[in-house]
Design a protein around this ligand. Structure first.
Ligand SMILES: [Zn+2]
Length: 398
């Protein structure tokens, strides 16, 4: 496949073109199988490509978006709770329990159909890789079933790639009310035994109303000892110990980070923990915008994700997240685009992903716009005209 007619190509590799995004004007991309074979100026494109041609019509071509934080496996609807919150009721972590009840009652087919619908929606918005968490089961069979749904999503041919995370320590389920240490023992024992074979990552919600730092550390150390990578929901609703815990354990990513002190920022940056910011969650819970500028200035790697979940951020749209990152978090369009592609890959432990360079996965987004700047300039407008996944065009807007 040869993609030509590219007005502006973002390679995300400064060695390949101009600026930090490695931009090439009037470019072409050659794909061999599911990998990028060549990128460069169209005038130097390889001759005699006998595969399909994909005309970008002068638009901008980007690496596919990498969304490193989603809760796609759930059942039920929380629009009534959401409306109540818009009318002034405070958000606390307990709203998750309504989804837990619906998820436990749902069979595998129901959970998979819902997750497929959302993953398909994400793909249409340009997302080619998704992290997918469990965490609405909170018992051994439903946590296991949730990760089986994530695995089935990952095997579907025309859906984004999936990186699965075990989040048994999301909140304390109702039957363990007042016995959170007993629940932690279940998570670290039988639940991890059942879930580890299906997960790459172990996550924990370290927040007042969820788990304290000692409980969170116990879960993450248990997951790590079984070979899982570590990620943390940290400092979302108030300042707390989650960011420091992520730095202490050299987590691959600390997520949310709405409320950070300077020592937190220094600890994350010096430990090499990716700071995954979720501005749609801040928007929908009316929290202040996260400290993206301070993190970037401290040299931290920043990623952007949707936090897609039925309570506090029910969106799959990375273009919308990029727009919010520019308008609310004061990131530049180039910083936001990097955070939504290579930053997301870094948050999933892939230091070279989210790029369009020879040898990288052939996952790309074609925009009906001359530049990625339009993702912020035209908030809420779907500018994705085509998506290429594993070397094949899987989404085309007529
Ligand atoms: Zn989350």
């Amino acid at each position: 496949v040869l993609i030509d007619g590219i007005g502006l190509l973002v390679t995300n590799d400064p060695a390949m073109g101009a600026g930090p995004l490695g931009e090439i004007r009037d470019a072409a991309v050659a794909i061999d199988g599911d990998r990028i074979a060549w990128v460069g100026p169209a005038s130097a494109a390889p001759e005699g490509v006998d595969g399909d041609r994909l005309d970008a019509a002068g638009g901008c071509v980007l690496p596919g978006f990498v969304d490193p934080h989603t809760h796609l496996v759930f059942a039920g609807d929380r629009s009534a709770e959401f409306a109540a919150r818009l009318a002034g009721r405070a958000y606390d972590a307990g709203g998750i329990r309504a989804t837990v009840a619906a998820t436990r009652a749902a069979d595998m087919g129901t959970l998979l159909d819902n997750a497929k619908r959302l993953a398909g929606e994400a793909l249409k918005g340009g997302t080619t890789t998704l992290e997918v968490k469990s965490g609405y089961g909170l018992d051994v069979p439903t946590e296991r079933r949730s990760l089986e749904v994530a695995a089935a999503l990952g095997e579907a041919p025309v859906l984004p790639r999936v990186s699965p995370t075990f989040l048994g320590a999301h909140v304390v389920p109702p039957e363990f009310e007042g016995r959170s240490d007993d629940y932690i023992a279940l998570v670290c024992g039988e639940m991890l035994d059942a879930c580890t074979p299906l997960a790459e990552w172990c996550d924990v919600f370290c927040e007042r109303g969820a788990f304290d730092p000692d409980q969170s550390r116990t879960v993450l150390v248990a997951g790590h000892s079984r070979g899982l990578g570590v990620r943390v929901h940290a400092n979302q609703l108030a300042h707390g110990p989650g960011a420091q815990l992520a730095a202490e354990l050299a987590a691959v990513s600390a997520d949310h980070l709405t409320h950070l002190t300077e020592p937190d920022i220094e600890a994350l940056a010096s430990a090499g923990v990716v700071a995954t910011l979720l501005p749609t969650a801040e928007l929908c819970t009316r929290e202040p915008p996260g400290p993206a500028r301070r993190l970037l200035e401290a040299g931290a790697t920043v990623a952007l994700g949707t936090d897609c979940n039925p309570g506090t951020s029910y969106t799959t749209s990375m273009p919308f997240v990029i727009a919010l990152a520019c308008h609310l978090l004061r990131m530049t369009p180039a910083e936001a685009l990097a955070a939504a592609t290579s930053g997301g890959a870094a948050a999933l432990g892939d230091a070279t992903g989210g790029r369009l360079v020879p040898g990288s996965p052939a996952d790309a987004v074609l925009l009906d716009a001359p530049s990625y700047v339009h993702l912020a300039y035209r908030p809420g407008v779907n500018l994705v005209s085509s998506v290429v996944l594993r070397g094949e065009r899987v989404v085309q807007v007529a």
